[in-house]
Design a protein around this ligand. Structure first.
Ligand SMILES: [Ca+2]
Length: 219
């Protein structure tokens, strides 16, 4: 059994069997044997926190949470590392925004954490930080497309664009196709056309924001 404490600590109360073979239910209230498996899950950041066991389909149980802004995250269970039994969360769904439209992370969506200056653009489901207002204006982004989300939700948006996304950094002539989580540059315009891709599908992102995505062989 897992329990969340008001300070954000999650403790595990392991089951116990009595000598006669029956379940010792007192183990579920035994704070002397409970172990801390994660910290930082405060009710302020995650008003709702629960588990349905193994959501991700591996061998480990996971958590799911609702953040302060209403987004839904899953926190995959992992071998305890960096002080916790859960890997960084994955955003499952954004908070519904009035009037009751369930928004997704479509290309060109701009996101900003509550109280933060940093705006990021979403392309291929991934988040690319925009370094300054000049870049924002040059790339033709629209201020009225900015969604304000909790820092927890922003952090849970992946930095890795999904497979099949075509991307170019503003001042890099290379066009990349993301495949298997790796970006591959086209060797030429002719090659791009020959492979049947559309120029209108290329998404432009700020310089150096593709750095986290590993670069593979050219196409
Ligand atoms: Ca799992």
């Amino acid at each position: 059994m897992w329990a969340r404490y008001p300070d954000g600590t999650i403790k595990q109360f392991a089951g116990r069997i009595k000598p006669d073979g029956t379940v010792d239910v007192t183990a579920l209230g035994d704070t002397t044997t409970a172990t801390t498996i994660a910290t930082g899950y405060t009710p302020a950041a995650y008003p709702l926190l629960s588990t349905d066991g193994n959501i991700t389909g591996d061998t480990r149980p996971d958590l799911w949470t609702r953040t302060s802004d209403g987004s839904i995250l899953v926190h995959p269970g992992q071998d305890p590392a960096n002080g916790g039994a859960f890997a960084p969360p994955i955003l499952l769904a954004l908070a519904p925004t009035p009037p009751a439209s369930f928004t997704d992370l479509s290309d060109g969506t701009l996101v900003q954490a509550t109280g933060a200056a940093q705006v990021s653009v979403v392309q291929g489901g991934a988040r690319f930080p925009i370094p300054d207002e000049a870049t924002f204006n040059r790339l033709g982004y629209a201020w009225d497309r900015i969604k304000t989300l909790s820092p927890t939700t922003i952090d849970a948006i992946t930095r890795f664009p999904r497979d099949g996304t075509l991307l170019r950094e503003e001042n890099d002539p290379n066009v990349y196709l993301v495949r298997g989580g790796i970006r591959h540059a086209f060797t030429s315009e002719a090659r791009f056309n020959a492979l049947g891709y559309q120029w209108t599908a290329i998404r432009i992102v700020p310089d150096h924001t593709l750095d986290p995505t590993p670069r593979g062989t050219n196409l």
